[in-house]
Design a binder for this molecule. Structure first.
Ligand code: URQ
Ligand code: ZN
Ligand code: ZN
Length: 479
């Protein structure tokens, strides 16, 4: 199938320019002025619209088995919902149970993801340690295109990685040329605060944010940063929700350490008043970790994006319906943690970021696509409208308006955290690997059309580090 996108303005991370785009055989084959449409091509009139790299959501959990249930969104429905919002690739997570062989877990998630309708890749979580984990991390890097390993510093008694696991895994990742990522909350502190609050009789969702204050996040972010600093491994901190973790990242980056930060669309736009909603279902629908914070933190996070101290946006799309959240009706600690958003990330960021002047269109492309592609080493295959790149493209209509609602979205969950939000600017067309999959408000997707995206290890970081180490050697003084 060939696609001819005519009359639009191409917006990449580095520049915007009027150009037509030709896609053929799944790739972009021409970008330029006054091009001719290939014979039989599907033509998209992009006049007055922006032609941008398809969004990359570097943090999702489709059909995740978690807290005694399974997330309601699976890889087919979740990637379809992403396409409807302009996201053409997700990076999801393989999360082995402690003591589960990590290659077995990887194969399980690969099987689940076969039905995806858009491209996907996996971070692999290290939730336990022994020599087999050391060896299997190497197999994942050398044979399966994994270049990022996740560590949950929260969730004590489940998947929490203690310092011993962090140190072992970070060291191994350095040897392999991989990057490490963390969910940064001090799991011991959270566990203690949860217990104290519950025993005081605070059993509802209003206790959730009180049990995970920003200080718990700031401590863990700083600890992960310092461990990565000593072990010289690049670090990516997922879902920064507060000023404290952003300050830790900013300090490290100012000192030249390779630390990257992610922020969720939800943490930029939703505050902690949701947990005090009188309706349990509404409050519980917002239970995710780290929790939504007070507005001072949102202001800090927006500044983090604008300053470049936060590089990517994501959703942490991990959906649980009301009947699943009800597990915590009498004990907030049992409410499955997770919220959705994969369909709305780009439009809410455009409306609140670009329309408000906080972000330029090019910065929008950086934080929704190109930076994630570069950090996870798949640029410019992904994250760029340029010849040779995958034909993953979103045609963006800046004049289109909509009111976000679970009644009209495509996500398989019964609550949308952006419910009722009016936005201006959204995807009119989405092209995935050269196929028009979203047009005129309709999805046209094929089960299993999504491809697994290999992500090679980072030679560049490690070459730079080796050079740095060579130059750091004390010069032998000739006697
Ligand atoms: O912690 C995560 O990222 C997963 C388990 C999704 N849930 C959440 O509350 N963030
Ligand atoms: Zn997390
Ligand atoms: Zn997550």
């Amino acid at each position: 199938m060939s696609v001819f996108i005519k009359g639009g303005t191409v917006v990449n991370a580095d520049r915007s320019h009027r150009a037509d785009v030709v896609c053929d055989g799944g790739n972009i084959v021409a970008v330029g002025n006054d091009l001719d449409a290939p014979k039989g091509a599907t033509v998209i009139d992009a006049g007055g619209q922006y032609v941008m790299p398809g969004g990359i959501d570097p943090h999702t959990h489709m059909q995740l088995p978690f807290m005694g249930t399974v997330a309601s969104e699976d890889f087919e429905s979740g990637t379809a919902a992403g396409l409807a919002g302009g996201t053409t690739m997700i990076i999801d997570f393989v999360i082995p149970s402690p003591q589960q062989n990590i290659l077995d877990a990887y194969r399980q998630w690969r099987e689940w993801a076969e039905k995806s309708v858009a491209d996907y890749s996996f971070h692999v979580a290290i939730t336990w340690w022994d020599d087999s984990v050391y060896k299997d991390m190497g197999t994942l890097v050398h044979e399966h295109g994994v270049n990022s390993f996740k560590h949950f510093m929260a969730y004590k008694g489940a998947i929490m990685a203690d310092d011993e696991i962090l140190v072992n895994s970070f060291s191994r990742a350095f040897e392999l040329g991989a990057i490490v990522t963390v969910h940064a909350e001090n799991g011991e502190l959270v566990y203690r605060l949860q217990k104290e609050l519950f025993e005081k009789g605070l059993t509802g969702p209003e206790a959730h944010p009180l049990s995970r204050p920003p200080e718990c996040e700031g401590e863990a972010a700083n600890r992960a940063i310092r461990i990565a600093e000593v072990l010289k491994v690049p670090l990516y901190v997922v879902h920064n929700s507060c000023r404290q973790s952003l300050e830790a990242i900013t300090r490290a980056r100012n000192e030249g350490q390779r630390v990257f930060g992610e922020v969720l669309a939800g943490h930029l736009l939703i505050d902690d008043s949701v947990y005090r909603h009188k309706d349990f279902d509404v409050a519980a629908a917002h239970v995710m970790s780290p929790p939504f914070r007070s507005t001072e933190h949102q202001d800090a996070l927006w500044r983090g994006l604008q300053s470049g101290n936060l590089q990517t946006t994501a959703t942490d799309h991990c959906c649980f319906c009301a009947d699943q959240k009800a597990a915590g009706k009498d004990d907030f600690r049992l409410i499955p943690n997770g919220t959705g958003g994969v369909e709305n990330r780009m439009e809410v960021l455009w409306h609140h970021g670009v329309n408000s002047g906080k972000l330029t269109m090019n910065e929008f492309v950086r934080v929704t696509s190109s930076n994630a592609a570069q950090i996870f080493n798949i640029y410019p295959q992904k994250g760029s409208v340029s010849v040779g790149a995958d034909a993953d493209i979103v045609v963006w209509d800046p004049e289109a308006t909509k009111t976000i609602s679970t009644k009209t979205d495509h996500q398989n969950v019964d609550y949308n955290i952006f419910e009722g939000m009016k936005i201006k600017g959204c995807a009119s067309h989405t092209v995935s690997r050269g196929n028009v999959v979203w047009a005129d408000g309709k999805l046209d997707v094929e089960r299993g059309a999504g491809r697994y995206v290999n992500r090679p290890p980072f030679a560049s970081y490690y070459d730079a580090l080796k050079l740095q180490a060579q130059h750091a050697e004390p010069v032998a003084v000739k006697r």
